[in-house]
Design a protein around this ligand. Structure first.
Ligand code: ZN
Length: 683
């Protein structure tokens, strides 16, 4: 479902600063994950030389990447455990006895996904109407109508359409259109000329060709079609803005009337698109990248209609590949999993089906998950820590020597306005209008996809629904939303290794405490700081304070740009310090705030050692151990281009190098690698 849900995923990530990128995934069954694990350490290493290795060395050595994963870390262990818990829920939901409507629905969805015999028997039949619709396109206007239909059914193509709060009036949600339509994970794959990018495009064309053949096309035709797809997607990529540039909200801030954008890009027939996509009528919208629409406008005319039809056929095939027979699923894996990510084997079907249920009916499954694992007392405990860390931030802002009192006042106002959402939403989603049967995986997924799209479209031109969550409760992640000014912690992350009921404060502050501090800091990172307390894109900084901030952020960007992310036989790739700046700022800020909150809680004393470590040392070790991980070279390369987060090693070593408290806790000396000569401190 990775590909099919791209539209929704894209929609989320525009507005959200997450704690972690999508988890990679464990063999065997669920296990108890310790919050703090002395056996994970390599005590022979020097914490002041390579702290990541000191905290994680033995874990890294003893936990190779399972064949069905491209990355394996302690973070992923938790996610994998969740899959087992969710499977139990799904299997019980189909068992004997009385079941609630939610149980029946998620149980049937999972059962239909697991019913591979029935999926094989249907073959390509479920896809046929989708391809038929494209075949029937006679004019460019028909083409746009089919794009509208595909979007309405959660299949990405050509560009993106979604709702978001108005950047200048966050209480109101409006429609957005934006660049889109490519299939590879980033525009760079299409436009870069290094040998690896050239190889990737060649493998991609071979993959597209095989998929067309599976859909019934003759080999020579399929080969030509694949070249056409690459040519069209390359043009879409060339018209697309770079991911790093797009981080700045100013580059995406273009409110226009429908008439204005229609006049600027007439060949898109936006009036036809909007009349047929099922969204409510409106007159103004935000255009994320007007140049994309202007550039692709001429191509809509110059590229033959037959080629556009080939492109749409490809988007329909790849968008539904995971819902089809084994042959499609395997070919999809060989390219996207094995070649692109270095994953050796496909995950067992049940794991993919649990994930698909979470992605399609996640709030129904989440309700059952929360009943089983979380409960109101979890909410209570987390809220207490959130308050402690918010207090630390208040204190931190007060102590800043470079910020004027005028700006500090505004910063306090923003901090005090942050809304804390813990565990699960106040109101559960009503899926009762979605038809789910136990023998129609393809249909179930399409109906759940279009339900979600409709739910999103219905937000357009209405007051912003601040209670709607972007992640499902079992998700092991957390996020901050600049337009909402809220922090959100799904129930999935509120457990070991992040939070242990029986653990000492030092360990819990080093785990979930840093996550909380990280999300809070996002409201004040290089982009988050551009939004005010209400979530409007509006500068509240005195100009000289803004300059001081930029200097400090620049220090962080340069520092992380010097870190090597991958070194393999294809060469060395360094981190993109500008792409990862927001996340690195949040890691550094989060670590500082959580440490301050811990000291405020336990009283600034050395404290009693446990397992031979002082509370301060346990705090940093707990933080370091969250990020113990192994990753394939392929996955690491992909993430350098696409992931705004640094790899585990640098999330740890990058942040501790800038921390005076770390230096003190481990008695490190100037000149040692974990004591940065020029420490970068924003917050
Ligand atoms: Zn983050």
């Amino acid at each position: 479902m990775l590909v099919r849900n791209l539209a929704v995923a894209l929609l989320m990530c525009v507005a959200v600063a997450c704690f972690a990128q999508t988890p990679g995934n464990s063999p065997g069954g669920p296990r108890q994950i310790p919050s703090f694990d002395v056996t994970a350490m390599d005590k022979a290493a020097d914490p002041c030389v390579d702290f990541y290795h000191y905290a994680c060395g033995s874990w890294i050595k003893n936990n190779p990447i399972p064949p069905d994963k491209s990355r394996w870390g302690r973070f992923d262990e938790l996610y994998e455990n969740n899959l087992y818990i969710l499977r139990d829920i799904l299997v019980q939901a189909q068992g004997p006895g009385k079941h609630s409507a939610s149980e029946k629905m998620v149980g049937d969805f999972y059962a239909a996904c697991m019913d591979e015999a029935s999926i094989e028997q249907k073959g390509t039949a479920p896809l046929a109407p989708e391809l038929e619709r494209i075949k029937d396109i006679k004019t460019k206007a028909d083409l746009i109508k089919v794009v509208a239909y595909m979007h309405e059914n959660a299949t990405p193509a050509l560009f993106a359409f979604f709702p978001q709060p108005d950047m200048h009036d966050s209480n109101q949600t409006i429609a957005y259109i934006d660049q889109g339509g490519i299939t590879l994970p980033d525009r760079d794959y299409y436009v870069k000329d290094d040998p690896k990018s050239v190889e990737t495009r060649q493998k991609y064309v071979e993959h597209v060709e095989k998929m067309f053949q599976l859909a019934g096309d003759k080999p020579d035709i399929a080969a030509m079609e694949a070249e056409t797809v690459l040519a069209i997607e390359t043009r879409l990529a060339q018209a697309s803005m770079d991911r790093t540039v797009r981080r700045d909200p100013k580059t995406r801030d273009h409110k226009m009337t429908v008439a204005e954008i229609s006049a600027a890009a007439p060949n898109f027939d936006l009036a036809v698109y909007l009349a047929s996509n099922g969204a409510p009528k409106f007159t103004t919208l935000n255009v994320g990248n007007p140049d994309f629409f202007k550039q692709v406008n001429s191509q809509l005319d110059s590229v033959p209609l037959a080629d556009w039809k080939t492109y749409l056929r490809w988007k329909a095939i790849t968008g539904h590949a995971q819902l089809l027979t084994k042959a499609f699923v395997e070919e999809d894996f060989l390219f996207n999993g094995k070649y692109m990510s270095g994953q050796q084997e496909m995950e067992p079907r049940w794991k993919r089906c649990v994930k698909a249920t979470d992605q399609n009916l996640g709030m129904a499954l989440g309700e059952l998950y929360v009943d089983k694992t979380f409960g109101p007392e979890g909410k209570e405990r987390t809220l207490k820590m959130v308050k402690a860390i918010e207090n630390a931030m208040q204190q931190d802002i007060g102590q800043l020597s470079w910020m004027s009192d005028t700006t500090k006042k505004q910063a306090y106002a923003k901090l005090n306005a942050i809304v804390n959402n813990i565990g699960y939403p106040d109101k559960w989603r009503d899926y009762s209008s979605v038809v789910i049967t136990s023998d129609d995986y393809f249909g179930n997924s399409v109906r759940a996809g279009s339900f979600e799209v409709k739910r999103q479209y219905n937000k357009i031109d209405k007051p912003t629904d601040r209670g709607d969550w972007n992640m499902t409760p079992p998700t092991v992640n957390a996020y901050y939303r600049p337009p909402m000014n809220d922090i959100n912690f799904p129930a999935g992350i509120l457990q070991p290794p992040f939070y242990g009921k029986l653990m000492d404060d030092a360990v819990n502050y080093g785990g979930i405490g840093v996550v909380i501090g990280h999300e809070l800091t996002h409201g004040f990172d290089d982009q988050g700081r551009k939004y005010d307390a209400q979530g409007n894109f509006q500068d509240w900084w005195a100009p000289e304070d803004g300059k001081e901030f930029e200097q400090r952020a620049d220090c962080t960007a340069k520092e992380y740009s010097s870190f090597v992310a991958v070194k393999d036989d294809k060469g060395e790739v360094k981190l993109n310090g500008k792409l990862t700046l927001g996340e690195n700022t949040a890691d550094n800020g989060g670590l500082k705030l959580a440490y301050m909150a811990l000291m405020n809680t336990i009283g600034h004393t050395a404290g009693k050692p446990i397992d031979g470590f002082t509370p301060a040392q346990r705090f940093f070790l707990a933080y370091g151990q969250i990020w113990c991980q192994n990753v394939t070279d392929q996955e690491a390369r992909k993430r350098v281009l696409t992931d705004p987060h640094s790899p585990g090693e640098w999330r740890v070593n990058g942040a501790v190098q800038n921390s005076a408290a770390f230096e003190q806790a481990f008695g490190c000396k100037a000149g040692q690698p974990m004591v940065s000569e020029n420490a970068c401190r924003v917050w």
